[in-house]
Design a protein. Sequence first.
Length: 365
Amino acid sequence: MDKSRRKIILVDDNIPNIDQGRNMLKTFYEVYPAPSAAKLFEILDNVIPDLILLDIEMPEMNGYEAIKILKADERFADIPVIFLTSKEDDESQTEGFNLGAADYITKPFSGSILLKRIANQLLIMQQKSSLIEAHEKLQDYADNLEKRVSEQTAEVMSLQNAIISIVADLVEFRDKLARGHIARTQLYLQALCNEMLRHGDYYDEISKWNLEMYLAASQLHDVGKIAVPDTILNKPSRLTPEEYEIVKTHVTVGVDAIEQIINKTGEHAFLERALVIAGTHHEKWDGSGYPIGFRSLGIPLEGRLMAIADVYDALVSERPYKKALSHDEACSIIAEEAGFHFDPVLVAVFDRISDQFIRIGESRE
């Protein structure tokens, strides 16, 4: 077998289904068929796949029982599992998602849908790995800041000035509904970080940051909007669900763009910081955000902070399809979302200094 290709284990007690699925996938992936959950675990003794397609309705051990074992084993817990099922009821799908399933495909399935769902999950896993790696590099950078700061300061400043002055201005030029958003969110973040340093919130982590670098990098949080069509980005009415899905792609597009710059220019702490912010500022504390579904402290602090600044500015900004909320209304919404959308500790920080957000917002165009 070609070891360079992605590996998929296809688990189904129906042999015709296995043959059909293998024929659909074999051109693009190494496929390991398993007619039972027991056979799945035999294969896992020798092969760690990139993804598992798991039938739910099987004798002896069904898919729900199998995924519980997978998620309890640290060797397999991060492998995305897509359930294959003939059930379409919400209760069955909710149970699967609660157990850790990444997606559902209803049988009988088409080859194009199967390939697209698999490709989406593999892309998410790749970007998840990139985000985690980038965050680890940032932590290493922070731990060794004093030694590295003198040799990297000139390089970082040159990079950030060139990138930010061109790219951030370009994003705002295209997004006519969000003029001034980048500058305001940068000031919101500065106020939050200064309060955290004074009060000691997440002090062990944030005290190691180069705050100037973080604030500069935050200006690239929406860089992926460059790829969103103007007709959607500047639509003078509420977006349809389909259009909203397109807007959501700005996160993965932004991550990909920053990754490409990093790959072409080498390791740069400023760009690593920008990648983490761009990739995680739409994640939510309860795990319901996108694109990865990180939850709680698994979301990098950079992204958790950006989420509050980003949402506050959106709430108090006027759009063709909505009026601007008052500061008090925005504060109430953010408070209600503590523990759901936002980190409760950071919501408390926001509450202590929300009056500063009023003054910053007065600069609105």
